[in-house]
Write a protein that binds this ligand. Structure first.
Ligand SMILES: NC(=O)c1ccc[n+]([C@@H]2O[C@H](COP(=O)([O-])OP(=O)(O)OC[C@H]3O[C@@H](n4cnc5c(N)ncnc54)[C@H](O)[C@@H]3O)[C@@H](O)[C@H]2O)c1
Length: 338
């Protein structure tokens, strides 16, 4: 659905790149776009959350230009091996659940902070041109002010948010201390095909798709008036590619990546039930979860100014193939492409 060549021409053709967390949801989409653009891609992942099945729809096209290496970002030697000779490092690997980070803060700090430091050190030793880091809108916390602008003071409310903020600071510090250029992309609620619906910590669109396919009503934590800037995954991929090929140094800046549209969780549940032909499945409500933020909407000025970014797929357009994919993998509808 996205013409990567029209957006990025020949920039990545023949380039050697590393995608940590490459077997995950966002990482695999990034690998796919890079393969389409002619890059030589190494996907490094410990498969704690990802799955090599996420390569299935493009592995034939990739041939030997896609190399998968199973390993952890806690292993500096393994990281050094996969980073050597790579021009760009897209650092997507992380433990990514807010509620799980509340339950397991030490493990999250190790993977998300120490692991990020290891990635930076490997990139520095390999003389990579740039590290692009997957950060998160959770850094903003619960400030009532909307939209969220990167100059606002961060207010992490969960260990996960604190980890991502620490990662951002490492990006800035490595850019200024070592001249390794970096960028921190603050993703806002990314959704799309391949996002895991089977985890207890599944993201909201994945979780709603799963229950609706099972003919149950979605369950909403809180009053459902909480809102999110739901962002189709190709927008995040596009931002990573723009950041990598930026002609000017980015210097570790934090940059919001989103759609710039705000949708409440109640609206989402209703729209999804309608789109899946089950409008009678009306959501029910449970108490709020610790660490969840009330509203989230991105200001995209910096993304536009620094990266030339603007969303390439809007919320509703992205929701259609996403729901078709969940139908195909969890339901009984004919297979969709992903
Ligand atoms: N999905 C979102 O809405 C969202 C929002 C903000 C930020 N992010 C960030 O984007 C990145 C990708 O998230 P995702 O949604 O694709 O989740 P995901 O869980 O599908 O991807 C993360 C990948 O990292 C891998 N991984 C975890 N620990 C690892 C380790 N120690 N070593 C190597 N690999 C490891 C997992 O196996 C998985 O494949 C993460 O850094 C996440 O924090 C995601």
């Amino acid at each position: 659905m996205t013409d990567w060549h029209a957006l990025h021409q020949d920039h990545f053709n023949g380039q050697r790149v590393l995608v940590t967390g490459g077997a995950g949801f966002i990482g695999s989409h990034l690998c796919e776009a890079l393969i389409t653009l002619g890059a030589q891609v190494t996907a490094f992942d410990d498969l704690s959350g990802g799955d090599t099945a996420n390569f299935d729809s493009f592995k034939d096209q990739a041939g030997d230009r896609l190399q998968f290496v199973k390993g952890t970002i806690l292993d500096s030697d393994a990281l050094a091996g996969v980073t050597e000779g790579r021009r760009y490092v897209f650092h997507q690997a992380a433990l990514a659940s807010v509620p799980r980070s509340v339950a397991e803060p030490r493990l999250f700090n190790q993977v998300n902070v120490d692991g990020t430091l290891n990635v930076l050190e490997a990139a520095r030793a390999a003389k990579a041109e740039r590290v692009v880091f997957a950060s998160s809108s959770s850094a903003y916390g619960d400030s009532e002010v909307l939209p969220k602008v990167e100059t606002m003071p961060p207010q992490p409310k969960s260990p996960y948010a604190a980890n991502k903020l620490a990662g951002e600071h490492l990006m800035r510090a490595w850019a200024s201390s070592y001249g390794l250029d970096t960028a921190a992309l603050r993703y806002f609620n990314i959704f799309g095909t391949r996002q895991n619906a089977n985890s207890a910590y599944a993201a909201v669109i994945a979780a709603f798709a799963k229950v609706l396919i099972g003919n149950e009503a979605p369950l909403i934590y809180g009053d459902g008036l909480q809102s999110r800037d739901f962002t189709f995954v190709h927008n995040a991929v596009h931002a990573n590619l723009l950041a990598a090929r930026s002609e000017k140094p980015i210097g570790g800046q934090e940059i919001n990546i989103a759609c710039g549209e705000r949708v409440t969780v109640n609206e989402l549940a209703e729209l999804m039930a309608q789109m899946m032909g089950k409008p009678h499945l009306v959501a029910s409500h449970r108490p709020d979860r610790t660490g969840d933020v009330k509203h989230s909407l991105a200001d995209l000025t910096r993304a536009r100014e620094v990266l030339g970014y603007q969303p390439i797929v809007d919320f509703r357009t992205g929701l259609e193939p996403t729901l078709a994919w969940y139908q195909a993998v969890l339901g009984e509808a004919p297979a969709a492409t992903g």
